[in-house]
Design a protein around this ligand. Structure first.
Ligand code: AMP
Length: 224
């Protein structure tokens, strides 16, 4: 089985990809993780990807597609894959379709984890960390709020928000991601492979919804 998970930042895509891949015996492939490893190892690929990643931009298609196609051609990917963070552009999606078709397989389903914008904002802007020397405590307004807003429970120092987590930065990141995610949703919608999944509530509930959608897909393809 070949699956793609789509979802905006904060939708829980990475977590769900890992859980589902484990449950279904699929190889979890995250192009973001692959790039981060390449950067950490200082490989040629890492050097090419680094500047784009640092700027928050997409790594060019020719680099990304080459890396991904080489990965899915390896024997451990033959039993099935769970793609997380790829494709992000239409040329990437087309190259993936062509490569899988050449291997006699194709994408079975694209699961789009959907979460309302306000909740994504709350999830992505809720993180605060302690400014106290050597403290390092981290809080989240939704899941782990401090007893007094803006103040560390452990040492009493002020809490601060990272630039990445500020509302204006997050709004921009969501808008950019929404543009390509919607374009891909349309691409796979036309192939009748797109399944919208409610991404609100507990992570375990989202996993159950994803599995239920996949069961429906399997039942459908069994009938065909
Ligand atoms: P992620 O962890 O998926 O957000 O990926 C981290 C970074 O890796 C992104 O901000 C991009 O710079 C790069 N990247 C990951 N996947 C892709 C992709 N499919 N196409 C282009 N760039 C990517």
């Amino acid at each position: 089985m070949q699956l793609i998970l789509l979802g905006l930042p904060g939708a829980g895509k990475g977590t769900q990809a890992q859980l589902l891949a484990q449950q279904l015996g699929l190889l979890h492939i995250s192009t973001g993780d692959m790039f981060r490893e390449a950067v950490a190892e200082g490989t040629e690929l890492g050097k090419r990807a680094q500047e784009f990643m640092a700027a928050g931009a997409l790594v060019p298609d020719e680099v990304t597609i080459g890396m991904l196609l080489a990965r899915i051609a390896r024997p451990d990917a033959a039993e099935g894959i769970m793609l997380d963070g790829f494709p992000r552009t239409i040329p990437q999606a087309e190259a993936l379709d062509a490569a899988l078709a050449a291997q006699g397989r194709g994408i079975d389903a694209v699961l789009y984890i959907q979460v309302p914008e306000e909740l994504l904002m709350a999830r992505l802007t809720g993180r605060w960390s302690c400014t106290g020397a050597g403290c390092g405590a981290i809080y989240h307004e939704l899941t782990n709020p401090p007893a007094v807003a803006g103040k560390c429970d452990k040492c009493g120092e002020a809490l601060s928000q990272r630039a990445d987590d500020r509302p204006e930065t997050v709004t921009n990141r969501l808008a950019t991601n929404r543009a390509w995610t919607e374009a891909l949703a349309e691409f796979y919608g036309k192939q009748a492979k797109l399944h919208g999944i409610d991404g609100t509530g507990a992570p375990a509930d989202v996993t159950s919804r994803l599995l239920a959608a996949l069961e429906a897909v399997s039942a459908q393809s069994g009938k065909a």
